[in-house]
Design a protein around this ligand. Sequence first.
Ligand code: TA6
Length: 311
Amino acid sequence: MVDKKKPQPLTVPSASATEPDGHISIAQTSDRVTLSLRSGATATILLYGATIISWKINSKELLWLSTASSLDGSKPVRGGIPLVFPVFGPPPAGTPVEKLAQHGFARSSRWELMGRSEESDESVRVDFGLSSEGLDDETKAKWPYTFGLLYSVTLTKETLETKMVVQNPGEETFDFNILFHTYLRIPDITKLTVSGLSGLTYRDKTQNHAEITESSDAIAITSQTDRVYVSAPGSVIVSSDGAPLFTVTKEGLNDVVLWNPYEDGVEKIEDWEPKEGYKEMVCVEAGSVAGWQSLEGGAAWEGGVVHKAHL
Ligand code: TA6
């Protein structure tokens, strides 16, 4: 009896493999994996960065992706759900991550497809792995810790679940930030509100990281917005004209980042196209980034996000 909970070795031929009942299919090409369910949900994940570049329900795209985004592994994807590890933002000088690129190396490394498992006939999961052995020498020299990442993407009828296990098989403790940098697609930024963050302290990166208390439970975005909400509760609700579009529920993660570069910010982002695209997206990013997560040798850490679409 096959244990459906454990990832099974992928036996997918180069084309697609369809489950006997046609409920679930995993199509793998050389650079990406596509999941699809009979319900009409699909998700596509690049092996580069294990970046989710598409999440659709009944052909409706739910993630924002720049039309100028590189998808060939030449640079991090602009949009979808890039992974941030082991540092969020510009690496602080004088820390072990100081030589790394902004947001770390997870989003710009090639991950291995570890396997898949059917959770039920209406959900499918694939697992990706990245370890210190898999890093290129240059990156390894910049952050010489022994680590293992196991990233699970689970697609169901209404949700896209992303979960990361960080392992420290070495002896030396390392500190890390981690974040799922989700670009949600929305109809119109002028009708958007974000709820679930009221009363929290946020660090406003547009005001030199000033600490401000959030007073609104229906946050509107009317200018460049770049905030780290510290110790946020479980769920954030993204609405348009008062109707819920998404619920983002984090597990094992401390903080939520809210970002929209807005009209002035997109001008500085070369691979952001169309420039007007800021009107149709909001980044709601669950992570542990306000502080460092410390992982001792032999220990493991786990955290993830459930993105639910309200269609
Ligand atoms: O998560 C928000 C943020 O940290 C912004 O400050 C902005 O830098 C954004 O990430 C995108 O970063 P990237 O390195 O992908 O251009």
